[in-house]
Design a protein around this ligand. Sequence first.
Ligand SMILES: [Fe+2]
Length: 308
Amino acid sequence: MSESALAAATARIEAALTTPQARPCVRSFFDPATFTASHVVHDPETGEAAVIDSVMDYDPVSGRTDYRSAQQIVDYVQREKLTVVWQLETHAHADHLSAAPWLRDQLGGRIGIGADIVRVQHTFGSIFNAGTGFARDGSQFDHLFTDGECFKLGALDCIALHVPGHTPADMAFVIGDAAFIGDTLFMPDYGTARADFPGGDARMLFRSIRRLLSLPGQTRLFLCHDYKAPGRDTFAWETTVAAEKAGNIHVHDGVEEDSFVTMRTTRDAGLSLPTLIMPSVQVNMRAGHLPEPESNGVSYIKIPVNRF
Ligand SMILES: [Fe+2]
């Protein structure tokens, strides 16, 4: 995230904080199977909406997909008479499959992700030996966002910020006074996202997080996941910059970069891979599409043996 992108985001959030109509409405949908929070954010004035980090249900045993989770978003959007203009992904998720193409068919909206998705496509295209049929140029997506790119959601001013570390392509989307920060920070009592997937980098994650934490204290932060935390019985996915600065167990104010990197890398070394990493990565690197069906009309998910 460049200095100028950070300054532009700060200015937009400060303006939104003093203008009630510049504050978007956010409705979140939590998927307990993957601990994912999907968000529908809309401009109250025009009803233009963005869906952020949707979930396609997937049973890893049977290989069967379903849209029960995404259907809740369709019902909500139709009930509220919203116009979906974006299907946004904060990054190529490794723990759940995106429903963006299905939701685009149902509701409309362009599928957008960070421009560095091409790096993720190169990495995983080679790990999964995807062949030349798999384009590694981001063309499966409708739009690739760059750091500091401004866009509109109805009358709301928005800006995309590049926040790499968890993966190389992570983006945060600032919409009015709200920031959708994907897998960077989690709730203050849970800490931060892992940085050990291919292309991940704990030091880069720390720097991205500290930049997010220099946004105005009242900025509403919406997270992509929650796993509860010791002593907390309910899931939560909304917090503020001020609350994270004061109390995030991994990166509160005063934590030095080197000690964060040591903590994060030590902790990551003991984590097992997400249950759905194989299908998630192969589908999400294709913008939520299943791999091309083979000659019998069936799509297959590969598992590289002894690679991870
Ligand atoms: Fe993630």
